[in-house]
Write a protein of this length. Structure first.
Ligand code: BGC
Ligand code: BGC
Length: 606
């Protein structure tokens, strides 16, 4: 087995050597026997010494921890569920998170930094001063935070197929996260999507295993080169859930059942995870799905035998939102089963007091062994040390100038250019001349940053309309054309009667924002309003270009036959300028379909 698999890879990581490990283990053993473990850990404790190896430091710290302190490390709590801030130190909580839309009041970079720093200071005031992991879904830039650079969603990056670009985006996302004090990203999604009716299609790099693997790995490397802990999710086979099997009454496919056989899971779905582990990813998030009738959260085979055994994963396994408590059999049973299966950190995300008492009981009764407890905590601490959490004195000295910077926006714009896919242009209408004398623009997504950005932007479900800074596609068109060009816009394409017949119509259509199972859709298609807008503009334009802003392929046939050119723009994010760059020929189309898009036989493709 490749030895790289056994390591975590972070820029700040120390060199782990077996020799040091052995020496440290015996040293720790002796020091535990001779020291009083109840005193506040002294400043010269071995685990605080950054020159020691990660394993030495983990051993030292673990040996000083009480059972309660160990249990606390396994809890991942949603920050609004913290009852008293003093509970962070009292329960020795291991990690906090902001869910989609779970930011501080104000929601600026400064507000975030102040909030996370406060939580972090409280954690560090505990007896052993163990810092927190603070997790966010920075899935297309640090997209919960107002003013962050909003990159295209993963599906667009999958269309670009550009490994180097994805690595740079991950680095920039990491920098924007550091500017808010956060240190753990629940990203990238390593799922290989098979059914585009799934509302999480846009969170994936597509349906091609090799592309997903290459881009997932680059993304993990980019994040962790800046000390941000990456997460590959949702392990394993989430892209293969079956329509109509969701256990959530409001969903159709998300949180559903996977029936694919093991050979297919291994050949199609496992490689991106395997490669991320080789690259040293810090955490793996377990899917909320079931496989062959068994919740993956309870699967010892997939979590322990395969992930930690066969693949040699050294980081920690985190469960998904509340999924431990959705295991049939009650909360205590679910928790015990998940931990014994191999879950190391539990995204509760609410009731940490109940969790603590259940865990205490489980350890006392031997329902969870002390070996399993120690292994889980060891894995969490290993990631914390490897990412340098113990060695950053304060998050306040991080460089905040990169947050939402022009440099980052330029890369987001580059990503938009590279993600565009030309679906149709037989008459070679594109590129458009910047000197075209009259252009009519219409469509629901022409002047709408919320639709460009999609879900996981400010709010979990995204926000329709212009609520974030950025450049709409309409604005980008206006910025690109010559001074002589006349650009008119009406969303519905209902231009006044006296409107002169235009050289060109550009109609930007698409989906409204959604996230997770809320976006499960039996038949993604254009709205009646968008179709009407296209017809309206067609009637008064020489040529028509349709730009589709969507998280997945949507049914456009048979209307597509009468359109001159069609472009898939995916969910480009805040930098609409990238669309105009290609539309007007400053750059060529280079994107390729990350998932199949049957233009004429859409509905029959399921
Ligand atoms: C999603 C995860 C996400 C987590 C935290 C869950 O519902 O499935 O992808 O990371 O919530 O927001
Ligand atoms: C949170 C998301 C989470 C979802 C799970 C939402 O309230 O904001 O982060 O994924 O709940 O259902």
């Amino acid at each position: 087995m490749d030895s790289a698999r056994r390591k975590l890879s972070f820029k700040r990581k120390g060199i782990i050597s077996l020799l040091l490990l052995l020496v440290a283990t015996s040293f720790v053993f002796v020091s535990v026997l001779t020291s009083s473990r109840w005193n506040q850990a002294s400043e010269d404790a071995l685990y605080k010494d950054a020159t020691r190896s990660v394993e030495e430091r983990v051993d030292d710290l673990l040996s000083q921890m009480t059972t309660d302190e160990k249990i606390g490390q396994m809890a991942l709590v949603e920050k609004n569920s913290i009852f008293l801030k003093s509970d962070i130190a009292r329960f020795g909580l291991g990690a906090l998170l902001s869910g989609g839309g779970g930011g501080p009041d104000g929601n600026t970079q400064e507000d975030w930094l102040a909030m996370v720093s406060d939580f972090q200071d409280r954690a560090k005031s505990s007896r052993l001063g163990i810092p927190l992991l603070y997790g966010v879904d920075a899935v297309h830039g640090h997209s919960n935070v107002f003013g962050a650079t909003i990159f295209p969603h993963q599906i667009g990056l999958g269309a670009s197929g550009d490994v180097n670009l994805v690595r740079r985006i991950a680095v920039m996302t990491a920098e924007e996260m550091l500017a808010t004090g956060t240190n753990w990203n629940f990203s990238p999604t390593a799922d290989v999507v098979q059914d585009i009716r799934w509302g999480r299609t846009y969170e994936t790099f597509g349906s091609n295993t090799q592309t997903v693997k290459d881009l997932t790995t680059a993304y993990v490397e980019g994040l962790q080169s800046r000390s941000i802990v990456g997460t590959v999710k949702h392990y394993l086979g989430s892209g293969a859930m079956q329509w109509g099997t969701s256990t959530n009454p409001n969903y159709q496919i998300d949180q559903g059942a996977i029936t694919t056989n093991e050979a297919v899971l291994r050949s199609i779905h496992l490689p991106p995870f395997e490669s991320a582990i080789d690259a040293g990813v810090g955490s793996v998030m377990v899917s909320h799905a079931s496989w062959n009738g068994v919740e993956l959260t309870t699967s010892h085979v997939w979590l322990t035998d395969i992930l930690k055994g066969e693949l040699g994963f050294q980081g920690f396994v985190v469960s998904d939102w509340y999924s431990v408590y959705e295991i049939p059999g009650g909360k205590y049973y679910g928790l015990v089963t998940a931990v014994n299966a191999g879950v190391d950190m539990i995204m509760l995300p609410f009731e940490y007091r109940l969790f603590t008492s259940h865990m205490r009981r489980a350890v006392e009764r031997g329902d969870i062994s002390t070996q399993r407890l120690d292994d889980a905590v060891r894995r969490i601490l290993r990631v914390k040390f490897a990412a340098g959490l113990f060695d950053n004195e304060t998050v306040l000295d991080t460089d905040i100038s990169t947050f939402g910077s022009n440099e980052h926006k330029q890369v987001a714009r580059e990503a938009v250019r590279k993600s565009l896919v030309l679906l149709k242009d037989e008459q070679k209408v594109l590129p458009i001349s910047k000197a075209t004398s009259s252009i009519l623009v219409a469509g629901s997504a022409a002047d709408n940053l919320g639709r460009q950005a999609g879900g996981w932007t400010i709010e979990w479900q995204g926000i329709d309309g212009n609520w974030i800074p950025g450049t709409t596609i309409l604005q980008a068109i206006k910025d690109a054309v010559s001074l002589e060009t006349n650009v008119e816009y009406r969303q519905a394409g209902d231009f006044p009667r006296e409107t002169v017949f235009a050289d060109l119509g550009i109609v930007v259509v698409g989906e409204t924002p959604y996230a997770e199972g809320v976006g499960d859709n039996a038949h993604p298609e254009l709205s009646a309003e968008d179709l009407q807008a296209i017809k309206n503009v067609q009637a008064i334009s020489e040529k028509i270009v349709v730009i589709i802003v969507s998280g997945r392929p949507i049914d456009i046939g048979p209307d597509v036959d009468s359109w001159d050119a069609v472009i898939a723009a995916w969910l480009p994010g805040s930098e609409g300028g990238g669309v105009a760059d290609v539309l007007f020929g400053d750059y060529p189309f280079t994107g390729t379909l990350p998932v199949a898009w049957p233009l004429n036989a859409f509905a029959s493709s399921f």
